[in-house]
Design a protein around this ligand. Sequence first.
Ligand code: BGC
Length: 406
Amino acid sequence: MKKILRFPDGFLWGAATASYQVEGGIENCDWAEASRKGRVPICARACNHYNLYESDFDIVQNLGHNCHKISIEWARIEPEEGVFDLNEAAHYKNVIASLRMRGLEPFVNLWHFTLPLWFSRSGGFENPQSVERFTRYAEFVAKEILGDVKFVLTINEPLVWAGNGYMHGKWPPFKKNPQAYKKVWGNLVKAHIAAYKTIKLIRPEAQIGIAKHNMYFKALGPNPIQYIREALYKYFWNRRFLNKIKNHQDFIGLNFYFYRPLGKPFGKTFEKLPPLPKSDMGWDIFPEGIYHALMELTQYHKPIYVVENGLADADDSRREAFIRGYVANVHRAIENGAPIRGYMHWSLLDNYEWAEGFEKRFGLVEIDYKTLERHIRPSAYFYKNICETNTLELEEPELELKSEKY
Ligand code: BGC
């Protein structure tokens, strides 16, 4: 039994990238410094997207997308405290204009994980002055770069960034310090709110949000402790930050990657379940998870855009099924009342996957890092058909929509 899922008119379809992961040539940020010290892989020229963005956007246009998410590299714009580089501002203005020229609605993210060296050296977001500093940067971007950009994100995944940098010691500044984590968490809330207000004054028509990394937590066992854990995780990981900024966001950007079952499956139905398929990162592929994550966000009564969702899949053997399953579940959430207005796949290009370097392949487009040639993966054409028709055809609707036993 086939089923055709139609998306609302005007639905936005696209892909996402982030400056440090694709641009290349950024040497004055904390990640570049950490790589020089051998603590994280070297990024160097990455995909050279900084110079090749026009031809990359030609690919995007040919793939039928109608929106695209980028980020601006703070270290390029403000290489020294209070000193703003107008040439770099012009560069990003050109990037935005070239998206528009190709009919692509830009989503512009102000900050995706990497910090200017002067900022990280002066305490990063642990320093209370960080709020003012970030707001000054946001003000410059609003005045000099954004123009008529409608969708603006201030911060990408505050909890992932703070967790890896201040609790797990995996990312710059490599701390394992709960006190510092707490401070940073609080300053990120303040930084978002202050930046929101500042951008709104300059660009009242802009829609401003953050990209929030939420997971689908699910208690599996009969043990009541798992249900308590589920409620706590949902609150502390998914909602607490959003609650703090709920009066200062016009939409919610969802980055969705993880299904986190809690406890062990129980009962006869679980005994014969095969393990879930996995991406090259070893992450479970569980399309139904995005449905639950989206439904949880409906309580904020704000438009929702999926601004990242994807997988590492070097041989492209799972990406098509991944897209089919996750997009089908986005549709299911829309049918159940979730105000979802767009979906952006992570990522357009293979890129620098932070502490993992270049090995993991998240792109709809493959990069040959020796020649920098781009090769469009077959799954990108499958996605193109969805984008161009604004529909998804399911061969096995039951299978593709639900897998409730897990
Ligand atoms: C981040 C990206 C990252 C992706 C895959 C997201 O959490 O925003 O920068 O590459 O996950 O790990």
